[in-house]
Design a protein around this ligand. Structure first.
Ligand code: ATR
Length: 264
């Protein structure tokens, strides 16, 4: 039986095994998918396991999306541009790093029927998934992107790759149509500590976190008369793209898929 895995640290919150195992069963594929909590010095060994075909394929989550790159043979264009890999495929004897977060985020936004063209976007955080979000937003034709991170330098670093970025100090809030919380605060149910009282109403507040399904950030957004959306569909669609790469089949996304994830 082929074995697929997701690696990260922490990994407990990951719903990838549930989703992939559901699709594997639905498509009669004889394989399993597990999550593995990994220390940084264990990355190389696990990647060698893919080369030896002890592991058939691997997803990567926080904080290793960049750290796996030195151990791979090549990168897809998107992975190269964002320096972020969330899916490893072993093809023709070679380890290839892909970034399916980009397609995942694009499909999630398209699904919202929120016309993003020409909109002003404000991103909070500068972690592993942010380059994929910036890449996608640029491709979708937003008018401008402002980013703010507690550690300002990490946001400044993105300007090397994405010249059009504006950077603000943590605590400052610009005029925006869409705000994306890409910090890890929601995972631990922590408060973001920013004042959204003066941003107006009917803005879209998006949290990349999907577990818990409603972070404090999203609760506050709703209370102030804004739209709130979590990262569940982004998660589902990045997984769908990884599934397609490994198995050559596009799995179904329907009510049952969402129910599988909610059945915690
Ligand atoms: P990594 O930075 O290793 O890629 P991540 O989970 O993708 O990990 O990113 C965590 C993000 O949440 C970072 O932007 C982090 O800010 P710092 O760069 O300053 O660490 C942000 N974050 C985590 N805890 C935070 C807090 N208490 N207040 C504000 N931002 C926080």
């Amino acid at each position: 039986m082929k074995k697929y895995i997701v690696i990260g640290n922490p990994i407990n919150h990951s719903l990838s095994p549930k989703l992939h195992n559901h699709w594997l069963k639905q498509n009669n594929i004889d394989a399993s998918y597990d999550k593995i909590k990994l220390e940084e010095d264990e990355i190389e060994e696990i990647i060698q396991d893919i080369k030896k075909q002890k592991v058939a394929g691997c997803n990567i989550t926080v904080p290793y999306k960049k750290k796996v790159i030195p151990f791979l043979d090549s990168l897809s264009l998107e992975a190269e541009k964002t320096q972020s890999v969330n899916t490893i495929v072993f093809e023709n004897g070679s380890l290839v790093g892909h970034n399916t977060d980009i397609a995942g985020f694009a499909k999630a936004i398209e699904n919202l029927q929120f016309n993003i063209k020409g909109k002003k976007v404000f991103i909070l955080g500068a972690g592993g998934v942010v380059p994929s979000i910036i890449f996608t937003l640029n491709k979708m034709g937003v008018s401008d992107i402002t980013i703010s991170n507690r550690t300002r330098q990490k946001a400044e670093n993105f300007k090397k790759e994405f010249e059009n970025l504006k950077i603000l100090d943590w605590g400052d809030i610009p005029v925006f149509d869409l705000i994306i919380n890409a910090t890890s605060l929601g995972l631990k149910n922590e408060e973001i500590g920013l004042d959204f009282n003066n941003v107006g109403r009917n803005k879209l507040f998006y949290d990349v976190i999907y577990n818990p399904s409603e972070t404090n950030f999203l609760k506050k957004a709703k209370k102030l008369g804004n739209y709130a959306e979590n990262g569940k569909l982004m998660f589902v669609y990045q997984a769908l793209e990884a599934f397609k790469l490994w198995h050559g089949i596009e799995p179904k996304v329907d009510k049952e898929t969402i129910r599988v994830l909610e059945n915690d």
